[in-house]
Design a protein around this ligand. Sequence first.
Ligand code: C2E
Ligand code: CA
Ligand code: CA
Ligand code: CA
Length: 276
Amino acid sequence: RVKRAGGGYAFFDLNQDQGSPIEIEQLTALNHAIERDELRLVFQPIVEARTLRVAGHEALLRWERQSGTVSPETFIPLAESSGLIVPIGRWVIRQAALAVARKQVDCVSVNISALEFQQPDFVKYIETVVQEMGIQPHQLYLELTESCLLHAERYSAVIQQLFALGIYTALDDFGTGYSSLTAVAHLPVKILKIDRSFMVEIGESSVTGVKALEVLRGVVTIAKAYGLTIVAEGVETELQAQALAEVDCTYLQGYLFGRPMPLPDVLLPQEKAEAW
Ligand code: C2E
Ligand code: CA
Ligand code: CA
Ligand code: CA
């Protein structure tokens, strides 16, 4: 439940004797990050392997504190365990959709945590944002991890409802968890994002490099037979990009094509109403 309390979002009890003093300090600060305007989205291009045309962007969250930028690797887990990920995630969805509405990006992919996905009004929220922003549903993609699929009841129905609205989902970090390709194929998921840990040996001419590429070729072939679209993450070298194109990966994402970048002119949500 999203409850406002004292200007922040109350999901947790700071008096509970759990967490180190540093965590409690971070949690208190994170609780006010939205209203203090400390959250930012950066956007990383996803390119078509064949043409290198930019097909879309993934929105990635940054927390800019006075002490410096905090990595999502540290604050997302804290946001998840405290429940703050729900209001933060809604801010992310709104800002990402706003960037589309303003034509700053063509289409955008947003990361969704399991707790967000499990909210009973999740689909309704997405639908409302799409309507309010006046964007096309297919301009917004949702990236789910396996944790969404493990713990959420009726997750398949939720993905189906989103699909019916025209909002496609991607399974993020594929290959790092337990999901088999056949399990994924039976979900109404549209896109498979192959984790960057797979890229390490891709493009190398060593025996392991060649084997890794053949494994990937197999994954891509089967995934495509099931109608999935493939995105390879963490592409850093020209050799990787060539090898991935050669095994028929459709989309590529990584530092080779662009780092996550801020939009130059992101306005605050409050300013949106005035601008429109
Ligand atoms: P992710 O969804 O797997 O995002 C990809 C991460 O890999 C990003 O890290 C990105 O900057 C990084 N990356 C992209 N290309 C390359 C590359 O070529 N090489 C290397 N080494 N790294 C690359 P980032 O931005 O630090 O985000 C980390 C994780 O935090 C994300 O992993 C995602 O799980 C989570 N996250 C970020 N933003 C959000 C958000 O708005 N909501 C939620 N729930 N999670 C988020
Ligand atoms: Ca992602
Ligand atoms: Ca990923
Ligand atoms: Ca990841």
